[in-house]
Design a protein around this ligand. Structure first.
Ligand code: HEC
Ligand code: HEC
Length: 107
C-alpha cells in the first residue's frame, strides 16, 4: 500500500455538499462503540486544544432536522463519508470537471 497523504492541506471540495477529504493520516484511528478517535480532536469541546476544524452543525442534526446536543448517531462513523488519500497515481483516467468549470464552458 502507498503511504497515506499527511500534508495537512485542506482540499478544495468538488461540489458544495462534498464531505471534505481528510488531509492527514488516519491509520489505526479507532472508531467504534467504545471510542471515537476523530472526536478527540474534531468535537466541539476539543477544538480549542487541537485547533482542528469543528464538525459542522449538520453533524448535530437528526433525521427530522432537530439539533442534538452532541454529534448525531447518523454522523458518528466518520469514515462512511470522509476518506484520507494515498500518494499514488490514479489507475484509470477521469474526466470529472467541477461545477464552476462546467458553468464557464456553457457561456
Ligand atoms: C490529533 C487530532 C486529530 C485527529 C485524531 C483527527 N483529526 Fe482530522 N484534522 C485535524 C486537524 C488539525 C485538521 C486541519 C488540517 C490539518 O492540520 O491536518 C484536520 C482536518 C480534517 C478534515 C478536513 C476538514 C476540511 O474542512 O477540509 C477532515 C474531513 C478530518 N480532519 C476528518 C477526520 C476524521 C474522519 C478523523 C478520524 C478518522 C480525524 N479527522 C482525526 C486533527 C485531527
Ligand atoms: C453521512 C456523512 C458524514 C458523516 C458520517 C460525517 N460527516 Fe463530516 N461532513 C460531511 C459533509 C457532507 C460535510 C460538508 C458539509 C457540512 O459541513 O455538513 C462534512 C463536513 C465536515 C467537516 C468540516 C466542517 C467545516 O465547517 O469545515 C469536518 C471537520 C467533519 N465533517 C468531520 C467529521 C467527523 C470527525 C465525523 C465523525 C464524528 C464526521 N465528519 C462524520 C459528511 C459526513
Amino acid at each position: 500500500m502507498m503511504p497515506q497523504s499527511n500534508n495537512d492541506l485542506r482540499q478544495v471540495r468538488n461540489y458544495p455538499e462534498q464531505p471534505p477529504l481528510i488531509p492527514h493520516k488516519t491509520d489505526g484511528y479507532q472508531v467504534d462503540l467504545r471510542s471515537n478517535k476523530c472526536l478527540t480532536c474534531h468535537s466541539r469541546k476539543a477544538v480549542g486544544e487541537s485547533q482542528a476544524p469543528m464538525v459542522s452543525i449538520t453533524h448535530f442534526m437528526d433525521r427530522d432536522g432537530q439539533f442534538l446536543a452532541s454529534v448525531s448517531p447518523r454522523r458518528y462513523f466518520c469514515n462512511q463519508c470522509h476518506v484520507s488519500q494515498h500518494e499514488s497515481k490514479p489507475w484509470v483516467g477521469n474526466t470529472f470537471v467541477d461545477v464552476d468549470t462546467l458553468l464557464q464552458k456553457k457561456q
